[in-house]
Ligand binder design. Structure first.
Ligand SMILES: Nc1nc2c(ncn2[C@@H]2O[C@H](COP(=O)(O)OP(=O)(O)OP(=O)(O)O)[C@@H](O)[C@H]2O)c(=O)[nH]1
Ligand SMILES: [Mg+2]
Length: 363
């Protein structure tokens, strides 16, 4: 374990024996590329305009995100000027526990420097931990026309891949996303990043596929209500408009419930077991939202004629919900046994150190 540089960490609660197995998502990129804005908009509901007043980050800010049974990770927001050659910056330790590295590039700025920084960061991280998912956010695309966006993405993709190929590292895979905090693209991109870190994803997708095919539903999403990240969807392709409608529906449900919901002694949370909503769109499509767990909602799209069989849909939903609970229980059991194992290991290490038997710890 390397030393920790003064001022680099936001808090001193680092525990080398921590039993919590939370994947780490790093937000890296040049200064003012938009890292903190992304974190604040997605996880703190900050309005995009407010980000204009954010101060530059001067130390690593760590935040736990454990809203839902499945979405549980740490986000580390880095200062833009981080220096890999600074001996107080223990990048080996940081990259070792990292699940995803999001590199943010400001598309409205000249990106030559950003690309060389991306190359340096990715190659360093890969050497320490080849299992990291490398995600490149081509950010602030709100000012660009559609053609311009595609052109930028193609250019950045080509240059970044060429740099890796020149270094003989073509096996490193980079994923690219066009993002902006001024629309839903940032939530959609984050959803995809997070989904890759959920080991149960294939099971969740499978359950959704079975549910929709037996219920006459066209599309279904499993949403984390607080962050509006969708943690899984069925295998039909996702279009941006559908995703935006889901986000709007969640906002309507939560906002109405917060404003007009019960208060005082009868108080409930704005989102609970009873939460559900039905919206008939003007194109014979129905949107149906239902609570799955304390933090998750299912949002479905279906034709009006299919919605007439609501009894069948609700029965299938009941089975789907039970299956999700079982997956969640299994996950909890695995986490508990890992925790126990890690505590035993820590106790063993400590007693070996106290007895001066360091060799048995090292081996
Ligand atoms: N147009 C536009 N501006 C954005 C977007 N995201 C962030 N910004 C702006 O970019 C500026 C810098 O944002 P920050 O989030 O502070 O950038 P940072 O990468 O955290 O910067 P450092 O902490 O200095 O490394 C702010 O004025 C934001 O309002 C976006 O999607 N579109
Ligand atoms: Mg910042």
């Amino acid at each position: 374990m390397g030393t920790r540089g003064p001022g680099v960490w936001d808090c001193d609660d680092f525990d080398p024996f921590s039993s919590e197995v939370k994947p780490r998502i790093l937000l890296m990129g040049l200064r003012r590329s938009g890292k903190s804005s992304i974190q604040k908009v997605v996880f703190h509901k900050m309005s995009p305009n407010e980000t204009l007043f954010l101060e530059s980050t001067n130390k690593i800010c760590r935040e736990d995100v454990s809203n839902s049974s499945f979405v549980s990770f740490q986000i580390w927001d880095f200062p833009g000027q981080i220096d890999f050659f600074d001996p107080t910056f223990d990048y080996e330790m940081i990259f070792r526990g990292t699940g995803a590295l999001i590199f943010v590039i400001d598309s409205q700025d000249d990106y030559v420097e950003a690309l060389s920084r991306l190359h340096l960061t990715v190659t360093r991280a890969y050497k320490v931990n080849p299992d990291i998912n490398f995600e490149v956010f081509i950010h602030k695309v709100d000012g660009l026309s559609d053609d311009h966006k595609i052109e930028k993405q193609r250019d950045i993709h080509k240059r970044a891949s060429d740099d890796l190929a020149d270094a003989g590292l073509e096996r490193i895979h980079l994923s690219f996303y066009l993002t902006s905090i001024y629309d839903h693209s940032i939530f959609e991109a984050f959803s995809k990043v997070v989904q890759k870190l959920i080991p149960q994803l294939p099971t969740l997708e499978n359950l959704l596929n079975i549910f929709i095919s037996n219920s006459g539903i066209e599309k279904a999403f499993l949403f984390d209500v607080v962050s509006k990240i969708y943690i899984a969807t069925d295998s039909c392709p996702v279009d941006m408009q559908t995703y935006e409608l889901c986000c709007d529906m969640i906002d309507v449900v939560i906002d109405i419930s917060c404003i007009y919901g019960l208060t005082g002694d009868e108080v409930g949370t704005p989102y609970d077991k009873e939460s559900m909503a039905i919206i008939h769109l003007n194109n014979t499509t129905v949107m149906y939202l239902k609570e799955v767990t304390k933090f998750l909602a299912l949002v479905c799209f279906l034709r009006e004629e299919s919605f007439e069989r609501i009894g069948l849909i609700d029965y299938n939903f009941h089975c789907f919900k039970k299956a999700i609970e079982e997956v969640f229980d299994m996950r909890l059991k695995v986490q508990r046994s890992r925790k126990l194992l890690s505590q035993r290991r820590a106790t063993y290490c400590l007693s070996a150190i106290q007895n001066g038997n360091i060799d048995s710890v090292v081996h």
